[in-house]
Ligand binder design. Structure first.
Ligand code: TRP
Length: 330
């Protein structure tokens, strides 16, 4: 069975865009692939977060993904820093990663510009660590966004280089895995800016309390109202209908759509209904997030079991790598 691996940067909370997009696809992928999902907490060290910061964000992210339906019985869900095998592979890969090519990576150049006082070696070798994450399980497919394509190219290059150097086919070349057609839906922002995204500051988070959700939805950008019968919806209005289509019943959607078409739609009514339906759709997830986040023992036992599975897979690869490089295997 093909292996799919995804690394999750432990920053921030999941929002509706994440949930109906990538996370829904991940949940589905669990049925068809051997999946590894991990929290990339070593990567976050490149920017020097505090210890509390690291602990809390790993806990939050784990709770939220579990609440959304990542299933530790079906997938291997783990925290990167629980799998030391990754660092050993990182070391080997770094021996054949060259300063020039690492310096040319766009995200390195950007980070170096943004934090000129902290251009550390970890930042420079971020792509080798990411390659180690991927290659340690000999992954075939990696779902990544556009911003990670260059890192994926590096991972393929490092895999090829290792294979060539030692005349082996130990590492498959990991492919970018497009999640288009995997059941995800693109969720628009409520500010008319198109996509819902953290950097756009227009998110409804899964952990938002109902009162917060109501406030955010009521503030959604609209226009002066329908001007002609059966007219096409401008983007800001279409966005509201897109959301309605995701969280409401068909009857509700049709009801407001008809009102749009005969020019009697009042946006306030639509927003009120939309807010309630978002709350209803996300209620069970919100509850489960709280359950997980409040149950440290459970989280710990899930992380521990995940780490054991991940280490078993990682150790099998590392054994081959060591043998290939020439280290003794006892
Ligand atoms: N670099 C990825 C990001 O910023 C996170 C990540 C780390 C990752 N290791 C990975 C993603 C391995 C996929 C595979 O989002």
């Amino acid at each position: 069975m093909e292996i799919v691996l995804s690394g999750i940067r432990p920053t921030g909370n999941l929002h509706l865009g994440n949930y109906y997009g990538a996370v829904t696809s991940f949940v589905k992928l669990q049925e068809a692939y051997k999946c590894f999902f991990f929290i990339a907490d070593w990567h976050s060290l490149t920017t020097h977060p505090t210890p509390e910061n690291i602990q809390n964000s790993a806990r939050t992210i784990l709770s939220e993904y579990l609440a959304c339906g990542l299933d530790p019985e079906k997938s291997t869900i783990y925290v990167q820093s629980d799998v030391p095998e990754v660092i050993e592979l990182y070391l080997y890969l770094n021996m054949n990663a060259y300063l020039g090519e690492l310096e040319r990576v766009t995200s390195f150049k950007e980070k170096a510009r943004k934090q000129p006082d902290n251009v550390n070696a970890g930042l420079l070798t971020y792509p080798t660590l990411m390659a180690a994450d991927i290659l340690i399980h000999r992954s075939h497919k990696v779902p990544v966004g556009k911003d990670q394509e260059q890192n994926m190219e590096m991972a393929r290059k490092f895999a090829r280089r290792f294979n060539m150097m030692y005349n082996t086919d130990l590492f498959p070349e990991p492919q970018n895995f497009s999640l288009a057609g995997q059941g995800g839906i693109k969720i628009p922002g409520l500010d008319g800016s198109g996509k819902m995204g953290k950097s756009e500051g227009n998110c409804i988070y899964l952990c938002d309390e109902p009162s917060v959700i109501r406030k955010k939805v009521m503030k959604a950008v609209t226009d002066a109202g329908p001007q002609a019968m059966n007219s096409e919806k401008p983007e800001v209005i279409q966005n509201l209908f897109t959301l309605l289509d995701v969280v409401s019943t068909k009857d509700t959607y049709d009801y407001f759509n008809e009102k749009w078409n005969d020019c009697t739609l009042r946006y306030g009514d639509l927003k009120k209904q939309l807010a309630e339906d978002i709350i209803k759709a996300t209620d069970p997830i919100r509850e489960r997030i709280k359950e997980y986040a409040g149950n440290t023992d459970l989280l710990q036992s899930i992380a521990k079991a995940g780490a054991e599975k991940a280490r078993e897979s990682a150790a099998a690869t590392l054994k081959e790598v060591r043998k290939t490089i020439g280290f003794k295997v006892y």
